[in-house]
Design a protein around this ligand. Structure first.
Ligand code: FES
Length: 91
């Protein structure tokens, strides 16, 4: 590996294995995984990351069993398990 090669990280999103560069946020990994929504609104609509800076709260997912984690404020880690509304990770 040379200095231009980023380290790769493998995590699981809704049961699917996803590989991303080190330093990737979970919100970006959701896009890589093709996930359409992070959570559902109280009326059942898909909600997805919007602001990317921890304000809107639309990117809440369950990360390693911790509910309501902000995907845009969390970096991917090796072996991490992420559940979205599609994976029934949130109520
Ligand atoms: S995208 Fe807005 S808080 Fe994460």
């Amino acid at each position: 590996m040379n200095s231009l090669d980023a380290a790769r990280i493998r995590l699981t999103i809704d049961g699917r294995s996803v590989e991303v560069d080190a330093g990737t946020t979970v919100a970006a990994a959701l896009v890589v995984a093709g996930v359409s929504g992070a959570r559902r609104s109280v009326s059942g609509q898909h909600r997805a990351p919007l602001c990317g800076m921890g304000v809107c709260q639309e990117c809440r997912v369950t990360i390693d069993g911790r509910a309501h984690a902000l995907a845009c404020q969390t970096l991917c880690r090796e072996g991490q398990i992420v559940r979205t509304c599609d994976g029934e990770g949130l109520p």
